[in-house]
Design a protein around this ligand. Sequence first.
Ligand SMILES: NC(=O)c1ccc[n+]([C@@H]2O[C@H](COP(=O)([O-])OP(=O)(O)OC[C@H]3O[C@@H](n4cnc5c(N)ncnc54)[C@H](O)[C@@H]3O)[C@@H](O)[C@H]2O)c1
Length: 331
Amino acid sequence: MFKVALIGYGYWGVNLLRNLINSASVSKVNVCDIRNERLQLAKKSYPSIHTSSDIYSILKNTDIDVVVIATPTSTHYELTKRALSHNKHVLVEKPICTRSTEARELYSLAQTKGKILFTDLTFLYNGAVEYIHDYIHDEKIGEIKYIDSTRVNLGIYQEDTNVVWDLAPHDISIIQKILKQKPIQLRAISNPLKSLKDIDFVYIFLYYTNGLVVQINCSWASPTKIRQMIIGGERKMIIYDEVEPTQKIKIYNYSSEQKDRDTTLIDYRLGDIVIPKFSTKEPLQKMLEVFFSCIKENKYLCISPEQSIEIISIIENIEKSLFLKGELVNL
Ligand SMILES: NC(=O)c1ccc[n+]([C@@H]2O[C@H](COP(=O)([O-])OP(=O)(O)OC[C@H]3O[C@@H](n4cnc5c(N)ncnc54)[C@H](O)[C@@H]3O)[C@@H](O)[C@H]2O)c1
């Protein structure tokens, strides 16, 4: 069983702590935050935990084997580096950092120290995403022609990051998982008058060798919350709607035929619609189980360091295209 320190008890830290407390792999939890009111809240919810505002005492404590980092994005690189240097296994919230050179350096440090460095890309452990992954890999939908992903809401503006680093890691990690191929080019478009740090909506286009195009729209400036992915295959189409309470996945059997040779009319016909059942286990709980298994088995499961670095590299290039006002960027 692991002794864990959670650094950062803000919005997401609350969910992490609840799952750490309930984990069969965890024997003790320390919570560290620079805000005393957050520590008081954590202690009030879970009186058995230890709290501290001094990160150095946490890192120096040889009794702690695992550090979970849920602080703002701009602090991830430094905190992760420090935790690894103090011989801790590290789980850091997405995005692991905002430079691929830094991500490589962190994974290399983890390897030197013989520690696991894992990043919480929560949707990889979502039952709906796992179902879609398996369904696609059973070749039931045929070749994928396009993916259209929308992740928009009225977001909390974060001073240290933009909407791309905040939301796009989710879409990119899901798409990386289900496609198993890398994009070769990308283009990203937003308000050309805004600086990169102020970007609050973005349209991203990823291009692949076989003609597949993926569109991702992320926004903090939408009056409604949409979490929808449409996957268009040769034989079937899938709609995955994370906000929908009970029918998150709909699989459409699909065909089209030319009605009349003399006209260009096409009869688009949707066949049966299937609403499948899948695991509804909390993704964060599954993610923690995978992370602890990585430590126990001393190997990376579910997502490799290379895949994790690739996500950072894609987002770096999205920012490059935004900086170039939507120019096509080769990957
Ligand atoms: N996986 C997901 O679905 C998901 C969802 C939301 C947020 N996140 C990620 O979680 C991270 C935190 O986001 P949030 O919304 O919880 O932010 P937040 O601002 O609500 O919480 C961050 C907490 O970290 C504390 N903190 C800041 N610097 C610190 C330091 N040096 N040492 C100790 N504590 C420190 C702050 O006081 C605050 O309580 C971000 O990286 C975000 O991308 C992930």
